[in-house]
Design a protein around this ligand. Structure first.
Ligand SMILES: [Zn+2]
Length: 273
């Protein structure tokens, strides 16, 4: 499943190719993905100019000139392909959007866990899909104070708190393990016992881990947006994730794997406290 950095890369790719163009035609090829398409989906997009492409958590927000947002979630296998008008539409191309530069944007989703919706931009904060989602770790102003506020009064291990989207938007399993390692915080540490200094270090670590992944994806953004590129995690060098038994780069102790809330956590029990 694409995580925040992958979605951010898709957003940047779409932004560079779509902003300023007008949607001339939308072909909706099935009634639903994970959920039904909204009523009159195609008609509400046709003729609209694309003004912006942004991200909120793992949702792509395509801003239209009529102050609506085309909201897209990639689900497990959703991807955009943009190019010249294709000779044939594939069986998994569920939405085909023609733009006024004669290029065609296809949404391809083999497993159909993706979704598309149209939401008034002004309702974004109060909309059921978005209300309650925590702060964006890549936003300006994110730092220790934001994390500290998000963690206040939370019980349970810090790893679970990081994965809880109400605390922080879009942190997935891999990046939680990597950020905790970088901040030298044990994934088992009770959330309420993370000091102010360590919350600040963790915030920095989260940003660094995510930005490194976005940077790694930046060069392959073309694969995500343009071509029949591989969908999946960026194969950046993870330091602890999926490295059970391999030496910790810092102390050489073997990396441990534990299961928390049904998800694997990788960490160094010597370096992380
Ligand atoms: Zn270590």
């Amino acid at each position: 499943m694409p995580e925040l950095p992958e979605v951010e890369t898709v957003v940047r790719g779409l932004r560079s190719q779509l902003v300023g163009l007008t949607i001339t035609r939308v072909e909706q090829r099935r009634p639903d993905l994970r959920e039904k398409f909204p009523a009159r989906f195609a008609g509400r997009l046709q003729g609209r100019r694309i003004d912006s492409v942004e991200r909120r958590a793992k949702y792509i927000l395509i801003g239209l000139a009529d102050a609506n947002l085309l909201v897209v979630h990639l689900g497990m296998t959703g991807q955009f392909v943009i190019g010249a008008k294709p000779n044939a539409i594939g069986p998994h191309d569920h939405v085909v959007i023609t733009l006024d530069n004669d290029r065609v944007l296809r949404f391809n989703d083999v497993r159909r866990f993706g979704l598309m919706d149209i939401v008034p931009a002004a309702q974004l904060g109060s909309h059921k899909r978005f209300k309650g989602i925590g702060p964006e770790p890549l936003a300006d102003g994110f730092g220790g104070a934001v994390l500290e506020a998000a963690f206040k009064g939370r019980k349970g291990p810090i790893k679970a708190a990081l994965l809880d989207q109400r605390n922080l938007a879009g942190i997935g399993n891999i990046y939680a393990s990597e950020a905790l390692y970088r901040a030298r915080i044990s994934p088992k540490r009770r959330t309420g016992t993370v000091t102010r200094e360590r919350a600040a270090l963790l915030a920095t670590s989260i940003r660094e881990v995510l930005e490194k992944a976005v940077a790694a994806g930046g060069s392959s953004a073309r694969d995500y947006v343009n071509a029949d590129g591989e969908q999946g995690y960026f194969q950046t060098e993870w330091v602890v994730y999926d490295r059970e038994g391999k030496p910790c780069p810092s102390c050489r102790a073997p990396i441990k794997r534990i299961v928390q809330s049904g998800r694997s956590t990788f960490y160094c029990s010597k370096c992380q406290r």
